[in-house]
Design a protein around this ligand. Structure first.
Ligand SMILES: C[S@@+](CC[C@H](N)C(=O)[O-])C[C@H]1O[C@@H](n2cnc3c(N)ncnc32)[C@H](O)[C@@H]1O
Length: 184
């Protein structure tokens, strides 16, 4: 897909749902690769992507080595969910609210990592905390919750027993941070 066509798809979603999309452009390939690199390929289970948009990070996850049949993407904006299904027919794409991601996966399913492009700072702190806790609680030791953010502050303050790392990616508009939370 040409970058003009990819941006056109993104712009249509942005116009249709500016609050949910909440970014001027999709993540750059450099940022998408930095996010995907946080996923440990040695772990079994699903990799769940919250808010995939037009699929830049999805593509990077596949290139990183995540098998398509272990990737589940949950997207709120209808035009993005339809585009995702067309672009990635082997990835499971759900059209719905990723904050309640558990309702979209089989009960007790093993989870290897959760990667999020959700505009988390728009959500109340308690909702963010709950999402982070649930995202780590559904994984065994070493699991990760990887969050993209444009703010220099962590999107959720880490809690006792969690570790948090940050990687700053300048080659993105705007410059962005990849925050990785792991259960200690
Ligand atoms: C900042 S964009 C990131 C898109 C993509 N991950 C990227 O890096 O280019 C935020 C994405 O999250 C989606 N989104 C926002 N709120 C959502 C929700 N509650 N559930 C699922 N997707 C949501 C938006 O529609 C949009 O696709």
């Amino acid at each position: 897909m040409s970058s003009a066509a990819a941006y056109g798809d993104f712009l249509r979603g942005l116009i249709s749902n500016p609050r949910a999309v909440s970014a001027p452009t999709p993540s750059s390939p450099t940022l998408a690769r930095a996010i995907a690199a946080q996923v440990d390929l040695g772990r079994d289970g699903l990799v769940i992507e919250l808010g995939p948009g037009t699929g830049v990070v999805t593509q990077a996850l596949l290139e990183h080595g995540v098998p398509a049949d272990r990737l589940v993407a949950i997207e709120l904006e209808g035009s993005f969910a339809r585009l995702m299904r067309k672009r990635f027919p082997k990835v499971t794409v759900h059209h719905g609210d990723a904050v309640t991601f558990e309702s979209q996966i089989a009960f007790g399913a093993r989870v290897a990592a959760i990667v999020s492009g959700l505009p988390l700072l728009q959500l109340p702190l308690e909702t963010r905390r709950s999402l982070l806790r649930r995202a780590l609680a559904c994984q065994d030791a070493g699991g990760a919750f990887v969050q993209l953010s444009y703010s220099w502050r962590p999107p959720v303050p880490p809690e006792p027993g969690m570790t948090l790392t940050r990687k700053t990616v300048w080659r993105n508009f705007p410059p962005a941070h990849v925050w990785t939370y792991r259960a200690g």
